[in-house]
Design a protein around this ligand. Structure first.
Ligand SMILES: [Zn+2]
Length: 157
């Protein structure tokens, strides 16, 4: 038995129910189950499936993201971490970036990055300081608040 999704994609019934369950779980975790119509929901489910099929890769670099004064950055599906960090710090950074991965998967690639840049710009006008503008982006607030609680997947490397 196959389920037909909106853009003519077919997935098996078991895969469909499994992904629907993961999708619901992900939303209820953040208590922000989206208020979308049914047709919209299947579009979101498709983009959610695609985003979740992409394997997240970790990369270490000497100069980037350090040149923009960050220890780590998520450029989905890549997590880029400064290679000069200590092992313990790398783990902490990875947990923080993993929350951004979850946010991209929840919100969608385009919405996440446009909202992130929009908030950063408006915060910069509001506070006038780069550090404070960055810390007050809603995605960063959520990431800093939860980075100690988040569980990293086992196959992440
Ligand atoms: Zn962050």
């Amino acid at each position: 038995m196959y389920h037909r999704l909106k853009i003519g994609q077919y997935v098996s019934a078991s895969a469909y129910h499994k992904l629907s369950a993961i999708y619901k779980m992900q939303y209820t975790r953040y208590n922000t189950y989206p208020r979308h119509s049914h047709s919209n929901n299947s579009k979101i489910l498709i983009s959610y499936i695609i985003l979740n099929l992409v394997k997240v890769k970790i990369r270490y670099n000497r100069w980037f993201p350090k040149c923009i004064r960050l220890e780590g950055i998520t450029l989905y599906p890549y997590i880029i971490i400064s290679s000069s960090e200590t092992v313990a710090n790398k783990k902490k950074i990875l947990k923080h970036e993993w929350i951004h991965i979850k946010q991209v998967r929840k919100e969608g690639f385009f919405k996440f990055y446009t909202k992130y840049l929009f908030e950063w710009t408006t915060n910069l006008i509001k506070y006038g300081r780069i550090g404070k503008a960055y810390r007050n982006i809603s995605y960063e607030k959520e990431a800093y608040k939860n980075e100690n609680k988040v569980m990293l997947p086992k196959n992440l490397n």
